[in-house]
Design a protein around this ligand. Structure first.
Ligand code: DX5
Ligand code: ZN
Length: 212
């Protein structure tokens, strides 16, 4: 399982947290962008996210919690992220959004909130590289894991196998050394406060990676 670390809730500034994550064994830096519309809080402007991450070395995994994801993609492409993930619930232009991300040579992720049924993803599963299952309501770090999302993972894996598809499956929200044991067969675990609200990032990342 790979670990993608969200710097959203940390004891330190975004700048310092990102810098500290660069020297760990994290596989990705998870970039949570919130627009104050799709979710209540707003935490970025394009200028400040470009400035924060312009010298990044680890691959970026960008999570757009915004309406109109289309309007951000060309600007974010400057950062050469590995993934841009947007929410199924956030736009009617799902295929257009997938195509624009691909045209920028970036892998496409699609995410669903805890209450959205995986069947709604069916028309898009052959077009995306990643499905991000939210295991908390998007909008804030430090929330409790919603246990029944572990069943969604099982169901989505079944759909993937039965249809011979090869998108990766990630989960985001409330993951820690206990809850991660319920979703061991994830491809990518997105983890925020469990790592960034600790005083030893690497120790926590290693601990998560050692769970089999
Ligand atoms: C939630 C964000 C998550 C969050 C994860 O809206 O998308 O990426 O920061 O943080 P934890 O691991 O603290 O739930
Ligand atoms: Zn996220």
């Amino acid at each position: 399982m790979q670990i993608s670390v969200s710097y959203l809730s940390s004891y330190y500034s975004n700048e310092k947290t990102v810098m500290m994550l660069e020297s760990t064994s994290a596989d990705y830096i998870h970039v949570d962008l919130m627009d104050g519309g799709f979710v209540d809080s707003k935490n970025f402007t394009i200028d400040n996210v470009l400035k924060l991450l312009k010298n990044h070395e680890k691959p970026l995994d960008i999570h757009l919690m915004t309406f109109d994801p289309l309007i951000y993609i060309n600007d974010l492409a400057v950062l050469k992220p590995e993934y841009i993930t947007f929410h199924l619930e956030a736009t009617k232009d799902i295929v257009k959004t997938i195509e624009l991300i691909k045209r920028n040579n970036i892998k496409v992720g699609i995410s669903i909130k805890p209450a959205t049924n995986i069947l709604e993803l069916m028309p898009y599963l052959a077009l995306v590289d990643l499905v991000l299952l939210m295991s908390v309501e998007p909008g804030a770090g430090g929330q409790n894991f919603i246990y029944h999302i572990a069943d969604k993972l099982k169901d989505l894996k079944k759909v993937r196998t039965e249809n011979n598809l090869n998108f990766k499956i990630a989960m985001d929200g409330g993951l820690n050394e206990d809850t991660i044991k319920l979703v061991k067969d994830l491809d990518i675990a997105v983890v925020g406060s469990y790592i960034c609200k600790s005083n030893n990032y690497e120790e926590r990342i290693k601990l998560l990676k050692d769970i089999h």
